[in-house]
Design a protein around this ligand. Structure first.
Ligand code: ATP
Ligand code: MG
Length: 322
């Protein structure tokens, strides 16, 4: 099909200045993306970052208010683009009263499959979901993990070239998560383009070749994990678990004023300091906290990770709400 060395090769998915507004809220704010055929691409961002809205623009469920979206060069509204796309939505979309097989048949027929091809694809998708033994049971009897696996399989049943997986591991047990990872990896190995959204930096790090960091509808950074880590320098991250109330702005400013501290962040009772390596920061920081009536219950010191990158870009933790 496409030769990756050919400079005219079309991107699997392309966004140019894509904007989506809901009233006054700009959910997607001028996003540019170029996703290559066969790439396993991560969209990482906290709640409300605009990940689902971005996928809905790509899937053609929403039209951009400005900018362009292209699937292999054509708008997602075109039938040829839609047949190349599969979406596993964040909100599980299954018919509870139907069996696993009936759900897969329904989605396969929506994508235009019929007859023997439909049955072969349904069998394949049941295998992907590891639900062969439960194919004849109504979905309402399934566990959360089984429903998640089937939800993913329904987005895959027509064997799309491009899979949009919206937080496909939300609420699942570790075994189902491992199985979903395995499925995503093997699809990508077979040449499927995958766009995978998550707010877990561990998932983006474990799975994705390139990662876009999204926040408040804006693309803050994009690259391989190594490239992103370089953005936060070679900084060390110190997490201080605080006992007592939150951290006031004055105190954050004071901490930021300490020699060696480059950035600070606070979320979930954890104060994070990004520090230049080799500068002794811990003792003066703890002293400052103690002087403000806060005690430190635990300390964790780590090298930079994607959470560090997010914090250094936004001053907020990924785990924060919004
Ligand atoms: N249909 C809608 N009407 C109004 N506002 C919306 C609608 N859909 C999304 N939003 C808003 O747009 C912003 C982006 O939402 P979106 O669902 O794309 O974020 P997300 O990154 O997928 O978040 P999450 O991790 O919670 O799924 C949020 O502020 C959300 O409240
Ligand atoms: Mg979402």
């Amino acid at each position: 099909m496409s030769d990756p060395t050919d400079s005219t090769t079309l991107f699997a998915v392309e966004l140019r200045g894509a904007v989506k507004r809901f009233g006054d809220l700009v959910a997607v704010d001028g996003v540019d993306l170029e996703i290559r055929p066969g790439e396993l691409f991560g969209l990482l961002g906290p709640n409300g970052a605009g990940k689902t809205t971005t996928l809905n623009l790509i899937a053609g469920y929403l039209a951009p208010d400005a900018g362009e979206v292209r699937i292999q060069g054509v708008p997602p509204s075109k039938a040829e683009a839609r047949s190349r796309l599969g979406l596993a939505p964040q909100e599980i979309a299954l018919y509870e009263g139907l069996t696993a097989r009936e759900n897969l048949r329904f989605f396969a027929s929506l994508y235009g499959l019929r007859g023997g091809e439909l049955e072969r694809n349904v069998d394949w998708a049941l295998g992907v979901a590891r639900l062969e033994d439960r194919a004849k049971e109504p979905v309402k009897r399934f566990s959360g993990g089984m429903k998640r696996r089937l939800n993913l399989a329904c987005g895959l049943v027509h064997r799309p070239e491009i899979l949009l997986a919206d937080e496909p591991t939300a609420g699942v047990d570790p075994q189902s998560r491992a199985h979903i990872f395995e499925t995503i990896r093997s699809l990508a190995a077979d040449g499927t383009t995958v766009i995978y959204t998550t707010h877990y930096m561990e998932e983006a790090s474990a799975l994705c070749e390139r990662i876009a960091i999204l926040d408040h509808g804006r693309l803050l950074a994009l690259g391989t994990e190594d490239e992103l880590l370089k953005l936060s320098g070679e900084r060390t991250r110190i997490d201080l678990e605080l006992v007592g109330d939150g951290v006031e702005g004055d105190l954050l400013a004071g901490l930021k004023g300490l020699a060696g501290v480059v950035e600070t962040g606070f979320g979930d009772g954890v104060l994070t300091l990004f520090v230049d390596p080799g500068v002794p920061v811990l003792a003066p920081a703890v002293e400052l906290l103690n002087n403000s009536g806060l005690r430190v219950g635990g300390v964790d010191i780590a090298r930079a990770d994607l959470e560090t990158v997010f914090l250094s870009l936004t001053g907020r933790a990924l785990r924060d709400e919004g």
